[in-house]
Write a new protein. Sequence first.
Length: 134
Amino acid sequence: ALLRSPFLAATDGKTSGVASRKLNGTAVKTISSDSGWIAFPGISLQDIHAAEIQFKTDTSSARGWHVAARLDGADGTLLGETVIGKGHASGAPGVATIKLNPAADGATHTLYFVFTREQPEKNNLSVMGFLMKE
């Protein structure tokens, strides 16, 4: 993989529907609308098979957030998906793994993490970053 670091800080990504804020002194990206995305351009995903998403939720809830990893666009090729935050304790750090089908072409791509709130969820989701795994 051509990652300079296996950790992608959410604050380094390009975003839509996502706000920057400080949470206990840490810079995070927060999704408070029904959907949003964080994207990282110029990444080779060869040999990358999973991403650990580091997150917090504002309140505990029986519903969570659907996360889709997509290639080169918010509606691009689906690499993997999961649901995070369901039943998660309010304010506690969380980690969830999303399994990825690697892009084996060796080219660099823009990796999108697309977040969609499970309805009727009203919980805000704060993302610290993504740890890429082989």
